[in-house]
Design a protein around this ligand. Structure first.
Ligand code: NAD
Length: 354
């Protein structure tokens, strides 16, 4: 995926426990007087709480955001947006809710405030993936980049531990692939390593104590750094494979990233060991794939694609799909290599040198 937009100076980013209470002020700065507040059905309570605190700046609430931004959901939300005559958007939730906000911003060019509650990082990118009739397409547009992001650790406390771990590994995947991106720079590498370090340090702490707000904020700062690099440089094999498997075999987003990451990184480490050495060093290791796998295992991350409905008999088709459209990767992508890493990710084996 090629990048052309530098997100850094285009967004207003704020961190802090309770920062969501600044939502009204931030909306006013954007000229937002009639907000449409978005969430998933599971997070409609948080949306209601936010709306209650907003003193009449709310035009409506739409709580049907769904994974992979289905176009029919966007069209339904758009009809609601027009109905209530909203002039700005608020998204509270993970990448699915942010995706809906971006899809509406794309269509109506409205300002957006995002309050992330996972570590997916979509709020920091001008990237939007949308699904229509089972096909997911991705675009990059500065108009979809949210104007304001409020990272409130109090809202991440409720993220279940398993999703905390997989979402954290999903964020780390953006930064890991940024280390060998063909259009990386010294600045992106530095930011990627900062994001990785934040998770390596703080993810074990939030798993042990999910309501540690200091550690939660550190993970959110990591998510922002990882999100920015995702939006700044091109991704490669890992993201491509997650995209393909997620779309074709209906695998869950964050879990698929978490399981595949050690394997895809080890596959590429064979070709670019020096570029991935700083990642391994953050774990006190010289092998980034096994180090990531061990980190995930200790945090209770899922390790086996077979637990998410992928059958062994699907692996040949998955390999074919992964090879179907050429894309840039630091190492040539071969059927043998992909089949090997997919098998290990399917069965839960520690990554090898594929
Ligand atoms: P998600 O937004 O689908 O959330 C998963 C579930 O967790 C939902 O039911 C949600 O309501 C719930 N949840 C979220 N935060 C919670 C919290 N704090 N407490 C309790 N429950 C909570 O998951 P995600 O992994 O954040 O996002 C995945 C989607 O984001 C995918 O569609 C992916 O393609 C997209 N994405 C896009 C980008 C981009 O730059 N465009 C980047 C990353 C991810």
């Amino acid at each position: 995926m090629q990048r052309t937009v530098n997100t850094k100076n285009l967004q207003r980013i704020r961190f802090g426990a309770g920062i969501r209470h600044e939502l009204g002020t931030e909306l006013s700065k954007l000229g937002g007087t009639r907000a449409l507040l978005l969430s998933t059905p599971q997070q409609s309570d948080i949306a209601m709480d936010l709306a209650t605190g907003l003193n009449g700046q709310i035009a409506g609430i739409y709580s049907r955001a769904a994974m992979h931004t289905p176009v029919e959901v966007t069209e339904d939300a758009l009809a609601h947006l027009l109905d209530v005559d909203a002039n700005c958007l608020i998204a509270v939730g993970g990448g699915s809710t942010t995706g809906l906000s971006k899809a509406l911003a794309l269509r109506k060019n409205l300002p957006q405030v995002v309050i992330p509650t996972t570590y997916a990082g979509s709020e920091a990118t001008p990237i939007l993936g949308q699904t229509e009739k089972g096909v997911k397409t991705t675009l990059i547009e500065s108009r979809v980049l949210p104007d304001v992001v409020l990272y409130d650790p109090e809202l991440v406390v409720s993220l279940p531990v398993e999703l905390t771990v997989t979402s954290g590994l999903n964020a780390m995947a953006h930064a890991a692939e940024a280390l060998y991106a063909h259009n990386r720079s010294e600045a992106t590498t530095k930011q990627a390593l900062r994001g990785l370090q934040a998770f390596i340090k703080s993810l074990p702490r939030v798993v042990e104590c999910p309501d540690d707000l200091v550690a939660r904020e550190e993970t959110q700062r990591g998510a922002y750094d990882c999100g920015v690099v995702l939006g700044t440089v091109g991704m490669a094999l890992h993201h491509k494979l997650c995209h393909t498997l997620g779309g074709s075999f209906d695998l869950p987003h964050a879990q698929t990233h978490a399981i595949l990451l050690p394997h895809t990184i080890q596959f590429n480490a064979v070709e670019v060991p020096k570029l991935l050495a700083p990642l391994a060093e953050l774990f006190g290791s010289n092998q980034p794939g096994p180090a990531l796998w061990e980190f995930g295992r200790q945090l209770g991350a899922p390790l086996k694609l077979r637990h998410f409905g992928l059958a062994e008999s699907d692996l040949d088709a998955a390999t074919e799909l992964a090879l179907a459209k050429p894309y840039w990767n630091p190492r040539a992508v071969t059927a043998e290599g992909i089949r090997g890493l997919l098998h290990d990710a399917w069965s839960g084996t520690k990554p090898r040198n594929y």
